[in-house]
Write a protein that binds this ligand. Structure first.
Ligand SMILES: NC(=O)c1ccc[n+]([C@@H]2O[C@H](COP(=O)([O-])OP(=O)(O)OC[C@H]3O[C@@H](n4cnc5c(N)ncnc54)[C@H](O)[C@@H]3O)[C@@H](O)[C@H]2O)c1
Length: 274
């Protein structure tokens, strides 16, 4: 295997949701930098974004950051203007953030929670992709990578309704953009995680006493590799999809789920005990 196929030197990657909080975006930003990419970090968490920048500097790559809420069109515009000023190009754009309202049954969901979830988890991806595409069209090449979820293709049935609908939107956003821009040198793919041991997941799900003690066990029933995923599991797939090794790969929804979708066991059909 030619290692240079995975080389990202000379590439500029913008990773949203890449604050240093132990999440998937954080791991991907560092992973792309380890392969040689320079990184622009965007996050609502200023201290987290600054910490990721410091980590990337230690890897010997160039890095900068901006605070940005991806659900706000003006902030997304300002983010890309900052990338223009600092790097003058964007070769790779990675969409990572999400919003998840408190778990309620769909018949009890407020319109506000619906809008807020879709604003970050879907509209934000569109706003960023649109800005990235405008630059990639001028450059004549580029890669967009979206973080979807198994929840976008398999129903979970545990109070995640607007999140799952948004993730289904991310899947179709990925396919549509891939086909629309396939002839322009731009590739668009998505990674679909199953349950990942990020701090936010641990707090939101494992830390929710309403799910009971056997939650981890129940989740593992749906993951044939018999372990929950780790943020580091996403580095290799992300590097592959962003690199020349995947030069003919576009419109793909790549499950990084330990076999969950193959088993078709995304849903536990279990509800927290109130
Ligand atoms: N953790 C899981 O089990 C799991 C499973 C399936 C899919 N995913 C997906 O993976 C992605 C990352 O999940 P994670 O668990 O690593 O999350 P995380 O909470 O650890 O990281 C998300 C980052 O996005 C930032 N962020 C939040 N809202 C933002 C906004 N509006 N604008 C900009 N930045 C914002 C946060 O500050 C944080 O740094 C998400 O798209 C999530 O839906 C995660």
């Amino acid at each position: 295997m030619n290692a240079s196929l995975f080389d990202l030197q000379g590439r500029v990657a913008l990773v949203t949701g890449a604050g240093a909080n132990g999440g998937i975006g954080h791991a991907i930003a560092l992973g792309l930098a380890q392969q040689g990419a320079d990184i622009f970090v965007a996050d609502v968490d200023e201290a987290g974004a600054a910490a990721t920048v410091a980590e990337i500097h230690l890897l010997g790559r160039r890095a900068a950051m901006a605070v940005c809420d991806i659900s706000c069109a003006e902030q997304v515009q300002a983010l890309f203007a900052a990338v223009d000023r600092f790097f003058g190009r964007v070769d790779i754009h990675v969409n990572v953030p999400y919003a998840f309202p408190s778990r309620v049954h769909p018949d009890e969901l407020s319109l506000e929670a619906w809008h807020q979830t879709l604003a970050v988890s879907l509209t934000g991806y569109f706003l960023c992709a649109q800005q990235a595409l405008r630059r990639m069209l001028v450059q004549g090449e580029g890669v967009i990578l979206n973080i979807g979820s198994i929840a976008g293709v398999s129903a979970l049935g545990r109070g995640n309704f607007p999140y799952s609908v948004a993730k289904a939107g991310v899947a179709q956003l990925t396919r549509e953009l891939a086909v629309e821009y396939a002839g322009k040198g731009i590739r668009v793919n998505a990674i679909l995680p199953a349950q990942v041991l990020t701090p936010s997941f641990q707090k939101a799900l494992l830390g929710d006493p309403r799910f009971g003690e056997r939650l981890r066990e129940r989740l593992l029933v749906g993951i044939p590799i018999n372990r929950l995923l780790e943020p580091q599991d996403f580095v290799g797939p992300a590097v592959f999809l962003c690199s020349q090794a995947a030069g003919a790969v576009t419109g793909v929804l790549l499950p990084v789920d330990g076999g969950n979708l193959a088993l078709n066991a995304g849903g536990s059909h279990s509800w927290p005990v109130d």
